[in-house]
Design a protein around this ligand. Sequence first.
Ligand code: ZN
Length: 269
Amino acid sequence: MTDAKALLVGIDGLRIDDALRPGAASYLAEFLREGSHLPLTMEVPTISGPGWSSLLTGAPHAVHGVFDNSFFGHRLDATVDVLTRAAAAGRSTFAAVSWPPLADPAGPGPVLAFREDDQRAGRHRVVIRDGEVYGYRHADGEIAAFSRLALRDAGPDLSFVYLGEVDEAGHLYGGDSAEYREAMHRVDERLGRLLAEVEARAATRDEDWLVAITTDHGHLDEGGHGGADEVLTRSFLGLRRFGGQTLVESAAPVGPTDVAAILLRHLSL
Ligand SMILES: [Zn+2]
């Protein structure tokens, strides 16, 4: 029987229009060309905490209660994240993030439930690196390397991989800078190697993979985000199947709260 598996790659702070310029992010461009490119508009404030909370729980800001990166007053305990929902149905899960609030119970958040018992039992694995302390270029490198290994060896049923260097470059140098474009290029290379692992698995095993790629917001030319400018709210959902049937998914716009459901539907949940 074919095993359904899914991977969500989150690229923080990506200006999708710039990523689709010739040569800017070749692996992402090819992915969207071969798969589906669904327009996605993020809710304001366009900040990472609220954005990823919506994308990963399927709840709008007013429900998960995350309005900034302090997570103060959040209600994430009541909005079960997508990995935890898959785990409740017996699926194995994996998360690798270079921004700790997504997964580290020691800090604000986390958006993803820590599920210590599942980790001890080998049903869930978490890799956290701190891009804020060590730099996202370095942290993303380790996140991507651990993720490739996890995809190759374990092939978890549902994975979330987060890469933060593009957002960091946007803050430091602006969304219209050579440094931003270089970070985009590096993250795209990491994405390409992740996709190669999935493709290799799907070619040799009876597995039907859905890979999804998205971002939580764009960046102003001068750097920064949070407001309602179109360059900030514009996101995308890229979807591509490996090993299964060709994706029959319309290019109709989706909302941030649809992403979790799309992943779970692929897992028949
Ligand atoms: Zn962000």
